[in-house]
Design a protein around this ligand. Sequence first.
Ligand code: KG4
Ligand code: ZN
Length: 339
Amino acid sequence: MKVLGIESSCDETGIAIIDTQTGELQQRLYSQIERHREYGGVVPELASRDHVAKAAPMIEELLGHYGGIEQIDGVVYTRGPGLMGALMVGASIARALAWSRDLPLLGVHHMEGHLLAPMLSDDPPEFPFVALLVSGGHTLLVDVEAFGQYRILGESLDDAVGEAFDKTAKLLGLPYPGGPELAALAATIKHTDLVFPRPMVDRPGLDFSFSGLKTFALNTMQKYSPLDPHKRAEIALAFEIAVVETLQIKCQRALKQTGHTRLVIAGGVGANTRLRKRLDVMTRKMGATVHFPALEYCTDNGAMIAYAGGLRLQAGQRDVDVHDVLPRWSLEDLPALAG
Ligand code: KG4
Ligand code: ZN
């Protein structure tokens, strides 16, 4: 089955075509980052307008490359969670295409896309596993028993981890999106004596809280004001170490709690080198393994939506009387995927 996937939940327009039999994949990605940078964050209305301008021509180009819409057997799109207007653009285009040609159509959960992105690697993880989803909008630890069988073990009670990176980076005067910028600043030095708290690690459970770290960073900046370049890098490093260690402690706890021996990382923050190294060492010590998606599949993309949606279309799922998008949508509300 050849499936066209459309991702437009935030500030990336992602288009992909996947052949569910052969795994052959082609994709196009357009990032709006430059457009939002001057505002220091994503402006929802600008995001929607940019998806309107970019999605249709990108689909046309990719379809042209593929031999036209006649080659496509199904259409999937991100139905949520995400920005209402941005989601509406992808959903409208997907529906128009599918309805006009009477093709099967399905709305996909954005986080299921992230969760299954590691399956696109050459060495995909086997089930069951613990997934750590770390993006700009979400921080989730999920027990993944099989395709479509997800149990949320823990989540952030306030800021998502990517959001904490972005906000702290902004305080440090770094451009949006601040995560990679902050990581790069931290990497300019080897050591700091500054110690940031590891939120909620002393309590049992697997929930997270990251908003206090941003405040801690602000207080530290004020304490050392005016900041010299070295102290600025130290704050970035101390923040990054605290976040990475907090994530590592909770991942370790989740592996112990579930008895699973595989950890899968997904979402934009999964691109963080310090996190990758730390989880690699931790899992090795435990006799477990950790899987990271290729960097291009860590951040938002159309391939992960085409893949997750393709699996569900193949299992016979379809949108029935669906006309909405779901800016808020829990992973646990997804139907299981038989077979
Ligand atoms: O998954 P994603 O592309 O979009 C969402 O669905 O949110 O994640 C984007 C987030 C941003 O907050 C960005 O700053 C963060 O991932 N990020 C990083 C790194 N690369 C991207 N955070 C820390 N270190 C990185 N290397
Ligand atoms: Zn995402």
